[in-house]
Design a binder for this molecule. Sequence first.
Ligand SMILES: NC(=O)c1ccc[n+]([C@@H]2O[C@H](COP(=O)([O-])OP(=O)(O)OC[C@H]3O[C@@H](n4cnc5c(N)ncnc54)[C@H](OP(=O)(O)O)[C@@H]3O)[C@@H](O)[C@H]2O)c1
Length: 319
Amino acid sequence: MHVAVIGGTGHVGTYLVPELVALGHEVTVVSRGKRHPYHDHPAWRTVKHVTIDRDADEKRAEFGPKIRALQADVVIDMICFSEDSARHLVDALRGQVQHFLHCGTIWIYGPSVSVPATEDQPRRPFGDYGIQKAAIEAYLLREARQNGFPATCLHPGHIVGPGWPPINPQGNLNLEVFLQLMRGEEVVLPNLGMETLHHVHAADVAQSFIKAMLNWSTAVGESFHVVSPAALTLRGYAEAVAARFGQEAKLRYVGWEEFRKLVDERDAQATYDHIAHSPNASIDKARRLIGYNPRYPSLQAIFESLDWLIEQGKIVISG
Ligand SMILES: NC(=O)c1ccc[n+]([C@@H]2O[C@H](COP(=O)([O-])OP(=O)(O)OC[C@H]3O[C@@H](n4cnc5c(N)ncnc54)[C@H](OP(=O)(O)O)[C@@H]3O)[C@@H](O)[C@H]2O)c1
C-alpha cells in the first residue's frame, strides 16, 4: 500500500517510517524538510519526501488538495493540532483514503476519575492543546461512525527514546534533575511525589500505528491509548533513576506553592501541567482490538534515552 506520513521525520516517524518500508509499503513523507530522523536507516533512501509547510498551505486551503494529490491509500497525520485543520484534511481525503490515522495525545483527558483511565471515560480536557486534541478526536470519531470516514485516533503518552530528553521525575525537562539523582544529591518533589507520569517509547508508538493499519476492521472509528504498560509515580521514578546510578534518592517533599518558588518558572509550569494531568492510561483496549504489545516498560524507555544523553555528553555525571 502507499502510505503518506504527514510529519514523518520526528520522534515517531524515525521509527515508523523504516518499519512501514520493512513491511513492503511505498512511503511518502511530508514535512518542511527542516528536520532529519534521529537515526539513519537505509530505508530512508527508498522513501519519497514531499516538502510542504502545512500551516502556510492551510491558510491558502491548499494543504488538503496537495495531500489528496499524493493518492495514498493510508494517510498518517502526526501533526494535527486543531479541529479546523482536521476538517480541512478530511474534506480533501473523503472518498479517497482507505485508512486515516491521527496522532492524538492522552492530554485529551483532564483529571481522571478512575485509573488506569479507559477510552470510554469523559474527556474533561484543560489547556488549549488538550482541548483542541479532544475536539479533533470527537470530530474524527463522528466522521467515522456517522459518515464512514475511515479514521482511527492513537493517543500517546510522554514520548521518549534516544534522541531527546525524557520528562523527568519532577515532571519537567530540566536535565539537572537527572544529574542530581545520579550524583546522590537532593531533589525536591511536589506534594508527596505520588502524582503520575505515563511515558511510551517512540518505537511502541510506531508499533501502534502499524498494528492499527493491520487491524483496520477493529481500528476504524475507535481511539486507543498508546502508553507503556504502567505509569510511574514521581517518587518511584526518582528512586529508580538514582538506583540505576548506584545512589539512594534523597527526596524532599514540599507543597505546590513552595515547589514552584524553588524551581525556575518554565520548569514549574511544565511540572504543573504534568501533575495536574497525572496521566495513568489503560492499554487494555489497544491490546484487545489491535494487538498493541509495547516492548518497553516506562523505565526501560527512559533509561535508553538517558544512556543516549550520557553518550552524547548532554549529561555529564562527574564534576
Ligand atoms: N512529544 C510527546 O511527548 C507527545 C506526547 C503525546 C502526543 N504527541 C503527539 O505527537 C505528535 C507529534 O509527533 P512527533 O513527536 O513524532 O513529532 P515531532 O518530533 O514534533 O516532529 C514533527 C514532524 O512534523 C514536521 N513538521 C512540523 N511542522 C510542520 C509543518 N508546518 N508542515 C509540515 N511538516 C511539519 C517535522 O519536520 P519539519 O520540521 O522538517 O517540517 C517533523 O517531521 C503530535 O500530534 C503530538 O500531539 C506528542
